[in-house]
Design a protein around this ligand. Sequence first.
Ligand SMILES: Nc1ncnc2c1ncn2[C@@H]1O[C@H](COP(=O)(O)OP(=O)(O)OP(=O)(O)O)[C@@H](O)[C@H]1O
Ligand SMILES: [Mg+2]
Length: 424
Amino acid sequence: MRLRHLSLRDFRSYSEAEVDLTEGVTTFVGLNGQGKTNLVEAAGYLASLGSHRVSNDAPLVRFGAERAFVRAAVVRDSRETVLELEIVPGRANRARVGRSAATRPRDILGTLRTVLFAPEDLALVKGDPGERRRFLDELLVARQPRWAGARSDYDKILKQRNALLRSAQSVLRKGSRGGTLTPEEAVSRETTLDTLVEWNTHLAAVGASLVYARLRLLRDLAPHVASSYDEVSAGRSEARLTYVSSLPEAVAHRIADGEVPEREELEKAFHQAFEEMRQREIDRGVTLVGPHRDDVTLTLGDLPAKGYASHGESWSFALALRLAAFHLLRNDLKTDPVLVLDDVFAELDAGRRERLAAMVADAEQVLITAAVAEDVPDILSGSTYYVTKGSVSAEEADDAPLTESGTTSGSADATSDNGGADHD
Ligand SMILES: Nc1ncnc2c1ncn2[C@@H]1O[C@H](COP(=O)(O)OP(=O)(O)OP(=O)(O)O)[C@@H](O)[C@H]1O
Ligand SMILES: [Mg+2]
């Protein structure tokens, strides 16, 4: 699939931008801070309803504006669909697919698929487990949008269970340490325990589904990660992924060995864990088992990547994860997701640069950002846009001074107007 047109209003540094896009490679070139990443971030947001840079929406709306609009024409199998999203920080966003009435944003998931690699992805290798969990879950949703519902159900159940553990801490503690309870306390203890059993059932059911889905995803993804790393690094070492489960030892071991237990078995393991950990969970007031406590260990050769891999190796591993996601989606969907490479080439040595270019050259559409056009290997020649202070143009701006509002002249097919971008 590909984007034919991207349209922004009050998104990030853009008061307005209209960008036509073609098949193949489009490179956005411009100095630091001009708005290259902002453009591709908008495309990524339409596909995933999340930004790779921020976890809340406020920074996405142009400073001083109330809401942002992102619109895109997406072409798949020569059919075009228009997607529209209104981003209003602090309130529910609104979305629209084609001419239909406004819907929940979640309903547009799946229409546009992107795989976005950005410098922030270094955190997949060097960062906390949460980064790797998010990678898995986002890919799960990109693969099958219905997982967005399960993800949010899980988060809700987890919140409720944690709230229950916290609020009931004192009464449960007293009861479980053999203290004497008043009749009221005894009743309250019973009710709390009953409610806890209910939340256990919900959490085990949704949690087991989520872990099962992640394990299957990982099983399908792993060979692509190994081959992508191999290709980028020209066979320097073997890249492997191991799922680290918070479930009881026996199951966790088998999972670490690459086994994918049945969903029912995982659900039983949750209940066993709740039994075993009850006292600790009550003491700490948080849920200690479940997909929110899991991690994925990344290994290069015999060593963990985190803490051992060089900068270039970590970068290549993060890249391999995204390229693997691209290949997995390509296989699944029978169409290419839009591949976005934000600032990737400057960090790679010449060999890795050329090999990466060769790997992505046949993708249906690739959007690349670069501060220096020469960093992008020649085989990725395609269209080039020049980005200067919130304006996108097919013509390279000559040294003409920027106008008061920061507007540069745009070409017929790619113009923008940032008439209000005077916040800085
Ligand atoms: N909500 C916002 N309102 C106005 N301006 C914003 C907003 N968010 C970001 N910006 C501006 O956008 C600019 C950053 O844009 P962007 O990240 O796209 O740069 P870039 O061209 O990718 O640069 P680099 O080459 O450094 O990666 C910054 O100058 C920042 O001040
Ligand atoms: Mg950038």
